[in-house]
Design a binder for this molecule. Structure first.
Ligand code: GCB
Length: 572
């Protein structure tokens, strides 16, 4: 079901008992899921949960214990809880995310398995739940796998464990399983969509109310449990300047779900991106789901505020949430603050496209995140990949994923980030054949850092084979907060001045690209990455942040902020 924060649920967050299983034997012969106890005088069991070993949920395991810092295997979690009161409904255990694999057991039965570290999943436990002493056991395994998404190499710290909220949700016998209530892409005064029940009974009445619009409608389900939504109303559209949201309530036979929904139109016309019919220039920043000061995965509402408020302070109207779906708090808080969002699945660099299961996994992740967030009007872009190298298998997979996204969510734009722009002298040419299937092209370029400037920044020529908008989805360089260049300006000094110079040059170039409709510096804040082993400056951190790992503002922050403050939507 979607929007669990719009329902009343019981949080299962808090301390969970844990067993660390480095060799991952608990799923095999050691059978930790059985939670066995010695039965007789001569019996013993060589594992046990207990109050001596606990971890907080939600929270990644790597940052909670020093001995787990670089741990990449299984941790077993156990939560015991009571469920007093009437049992006349249905019960579900909902996980916001478990990174990367979850195997879930409840009161001695296996509920299921989930692969993918950043999307929600749930299991029904109606027939298993008891008044007291319910036992929920989860194996969270974060081992890197070649045919995983992401694969075995990536430039971020991929915190493992039960990283998002866990909730026990109670519903009535019939409940609202899914809905889409959004602006009609073809009519700015029409709300369209559907409500879907967890039943295929026709003729069920669902009430939809939007008090501010004086909507109080009864919708009737068809034989698939769907009821259409179609309302003509004078609407205040959502914009970054006025992020208007309407309170909405759905009710079917006492099962209620509440939401706040905004209405906006997003589309592409030639090389422009139009928000509510007007060209918009995306003043963005890339964000990892990490709180640098804690060196831990971000997961809470207040973490979301920390990250999104920084973006707001920088002058952004847009964020690219890399490289995997972030938690719902982040998307919702951004929506309230008028920040448009690029969401991405971790189809990242060396992904194993030759393995046929990879496409299915990517599709599954896209389905899960689109289902979760398709009512969030600030989500304007679904990104299907970041920096993948062309091959027959890659091309086929990405083209199919792009088509699939369009089918699942026709009112939004599809994109991907590329790092293979063709260079000829000072000409930059967009050519990748997958670009043809996207609405917006993302380009990651590190001129001045990984590559030299091929020419004078203000004289570069960007050429595209496609009549489409482009976003520079990454650019930047590494520096340590406080490092000054003094006399020698060189990259290996990790100085703020060196990077400041890159930013000045990048901004000079932006003005020359006719089809540029947004930019996203890499990255909001320094972030942990096992890739980054330079012992004086990096120390396990990618230092391309506009902010340091303590949230201090580097020179590049001020350059970007001045650039954004000087921009008016639609021009750059
Ligand atoms: C990239 C990747 C990003 C890296 C960044 C870097 O192109 O998309 O994940 O962290 O470059 O710092 O090299």
């Amino acid at each position: 079901m979607i929007n669990i924060y719009g329902r009343s649920g019981t949080s299962l967050n808090g301390k969970w008992e844990t067993i660390i299983d480095p060799f991952d034997v608990g799923i095999g012969w050691r059978a930790i899921y059985k939670d066995a106890r010695p039965k007789g005088k001569t019996d013993f069991v060589e594992y046990s949960f207990g109050p001596a070993n606990t971890l907080y949920v939600p929270g990644d395991f790597n940052s909670q214990l020093p001995e787990l810092t670089y741990f990449e295997s299984s941790v077993w979690y156990k939560k015991t809880f009571n469920c007093p009161g009437s049992k006349d409904g249905r019960f579900f255990i909902h996980f916001g995310a478990v990174n990367y694999i979850a195997d879930v057991y409840f009161n001695g039965k296996k509920l299921g398995h989930h692969e993918g570290g950043f999307t929600p999943f749930q299991f029904e436990v109606t027939d298993l739940i008891k008044e007291t002493g319910n036992s929920l056991i989860v194996r969270a395994n974060s081992a890197r796998v070649k045919n995983g998404i992401p694969g075995s190499l990536f430039d971020w710290f991929n915190y493992g464990g039960i990283t998002r909220d866990v909730q026990l949700i109670k519903t009535r016998q019939i409940f609202v399983e899914d809905y889409k209530i959004q602006l009609d892409p073809k009519d700015n005064s029409r709300i369209t969509g559907y409500v879907k029940l967890d039943t295929t009974l026709a003729g069920k009445l669902i009430s939809l109310s939007i008090p501010e619009l004086k909507v109080n409608q009864k919708l009737v389900t068809d034989e698939k449990g769907y009821a259409g939504v179609n309302l003509k109303k004078g609407l205040k559209l959502w914009t970054p300047e006025q992020p208007k949201l309407y309170d909405i309530r759905l009710n079917v036979e006492g099962d209620t779900v509440a939401d706040r929904i905004g209405f906006r139109n997003i589309k592409v016309e030639g090389t422009k991106i139009l928000l509510n019919g007007k060209p918009v220039f995306l003043r963005g920043v890339n964000i990892h789901e990490e709180i640098p000061q804690r060196g831990a995965r971000a997961w809470s509402e207040s973490d979301a505020k920390t990250l999104i408020d920084w973006a707001k302070e920088l002058g952004c109207n847009f964020v690219r949430l890399v490289h995997y779906p972030h938690n719902e708090y982040a998307i919702k808080y951004a929506e309230e603050k008028g920040i448009m969002v690029w969401e991405e699945v971790p189809v990242y660099q060396g992904i194993d496209f030759a393995d046929a299961t990879v496409k299915d996994k990517a599709e599954q992740m896209l389905k899960e995140v689109i289902k979760r967030d398709r009512n969030r009007c600030n989500v304007i872009l679904w990104s299907i990949a970041n920096e993948t190298s062309p091959s027959k298998e890659r091309d086929q997979t990405l083209i199919e994923l792009a088509k699939e996204v369009k089918m699942l969510d026709p009112g939004r734009l599809v994109t991907a980030a590329f790092n293979n722009v063709n260079r000829q002298g000072d000409k930059m040419i967009l050519k990748d054949s997958v670009m043809k299937y996207l609405d917006v092209i993302g380009v990651n370029e590190y001129m001045g850092w990984y590559t030299d400037w091929p020419g004078e920044p203000e004289k570069m020529q960007w050429v595209s084979d496609f009549n489409k908008p482009m976003i520079i989805s990454e650019f930047g360089g590494e520096s340590v907060y406080g490092n000054k260049a003094d006399t020698v300006i060189k990259a290996s000094a990790w100085s703020e001045d060196y990077v400041a110079n890159i930013y000045h040059n990048q901004i000079k170039m932006f003005g020359t690209i006719p089809f540029l409709q947004g930019v996203c510096p890499w990255v909001l804040a320094d972030f942990r990455s096992p890739y980054r082993m330079q012992s004086t400056y990096q120390k396990g951190w990618n230092r391309k942040g506009l902010l340091s790992d303590q949230g201090e503002k580097k020179k590049a922050w001020y350059i970007m902020k001045a650039y954004y403050d000087g921009l008016k939507d639609g021009s750059h």
